[in-house]
Design a binder for this molecule. Structure first.
Ligand code: HEM
Ligand code: NAG
Length: 325
């Protein structure tokens, strides 16, 4: 073989390998050989935590979302602050409302005992979110895995990347487009607000001193508004919470039925009625639970791919709260 040809071949091979590492894909069944029971143990722990406190399902779904929107799905939301750094979890969108950290710790403890240094914290979040959806009656789905854990977590990044509940439909669409998700996926994923609760502080702007013409947001159903005022008195305790809707531990379409009747808790829920396309999706989902279930499952898979670290980037954390030393 001529040395010229050999050189070309080597270059081609080298390029191929570089490209291959850079685009290493997530895979369903990633831990089949390295830790065969990983997904089974995650599910078992999520079930146990759910029996103890069914709010954990909502917490775990939101944890995965807040992980993925800030520096990608790299487990950065789980890192604790240190003396010199305020982490994502201590940023206002996350503290004090984010929950489920103890469930993640117990999952990680078991997996480290079974297969030390193998399963990433970022994948644990993706599996646990799926299991939470399934346990609450949503559609189960295969989770492509192989995410690795990041070593950076900044409160300022959480503030910049997590959409606040005051956004309108165009701002929400942009926030999701910035993460590679469509407007339709934004509407579909907002359906996660079928689970869990909200602190009063996330929506009291709609109940008191709304604007110069009206103390209550006029787009909010009046009966619902007065109920919320009773649950969330002005100047009340900052720890007060209300359920997202009547069945906060069931992944049903009650969220869309609520929004469709002006009973969405946040401005960001209500605003889905102000655009023709998103409004049509709200009504369609409200009427078709099976459609929403399957759309939600595939939107979660897409959300789980945002900015992932794969191959030999990042690390497999030993403890989800601290980077490996
Ligand atoms: C569309 C933009 C979104 C906005 C503006 C938003 C905002 C919020 C806010 C303000 C809360 C209440 C926090 C509190 O005060 O306790 C909340 C809760 C929640 N969010 Fe979202 N969210 C959005 C999208 C999502 C997505 C995409 C998911 C998941 C796929 C999600 C899942 C949840 C869950 C499950 C809860 C309840 C948490 C619990 O009970 O602990 N949200 N969201
Ligand atoms: C208040 O009402 C006036 C008259 O209807 C209207 O022009 C104005 O835009 C309203 N202001 C707000 C903040 O809604």
């Amino acid at each position: 073989m001529s040395s010229k040809l050999l050189q070309t071949l080597t270059t081609a091979l080298l390029c191929f390998c570089i490209v291959k590492t850079a685009t290493a894909q997530l895979q369903v069944g990633f831990y089949q050989r390295s830790c065969g029971f990983a997904e089974f143990f995650v599910k078992q722990q999520v079930r146990a935590a759910f029996i103890n406190d069914n709010g954990v399902a909502a917490g775990l779904v939101r944890l995965h979302f807040h992980d993925c929107f800030v520096m990608g799905c790299d487990g950065s939301v789980l890192l604790d602050s240190t003396k010199s750094n305020t982490a994502e979890k201590d940023s206002p969108p996350n503290n004090p409302s984010l929950r489920g950290f103890e469930a993640v710790d117990s999952i990680k403890t078991i997996l480290e005992a079974m297969c030390p240094g193998v399963v990433s914290c970022a994948d644990i979040l993706a599996f646990a979110a799926r299991d939470s959806i399934e346990i609450t009656g949503g559609l189960g789905y295969d989770v492509p895995a192989g995410r690795r854990d990041g070593r950076v977590s900044l409160a300022s990044e959480a503030l910049k990347n997590l959409p606040p509940p005051t956004l309108d439909v165009n701002q929400l669409t942009n926030a999701f487009a910035n993460k590679g998700l469509t407007q339709e996926e934004m509407v579909t994923l907002s359906g996660a607000h079928t689970l869990g609760r909200s602190h009063c502080t996330s929506f009291t702007n709609r109940l008191y001193n709304f604007n110069s013409n009206s103390s209550i947001d006029p787009t909010l159903d009046a009966m619902y508004a007065s109920q919320l005022r009773r649950q969330c008195p002005q100047g009340g305790d900052a720890s007060l919470v209300v359920p997202m809707e009547a069945t906060p531990a069931t992944a049903d379409v009650a969220y869309y039925r609520g929004v469709a009747t002006n009973r969405g808790l946040f401005t960001s829920d209500q605003t889905l009625l102000t655009d023709g396309k998103t409004k049509a999706q709200v009504f369609q989902n409200a009427q078709n639970p099976f459609l929403w279930r399957s759309k939600f499952a595939s939107a979660m898979v897409n959300m789980g791919k945002i900015g992932v670290l794969t191959g030999n980037t990042g690390e497999i954390r030993k403890n989800c709260r601290v980077i490996n030393s």
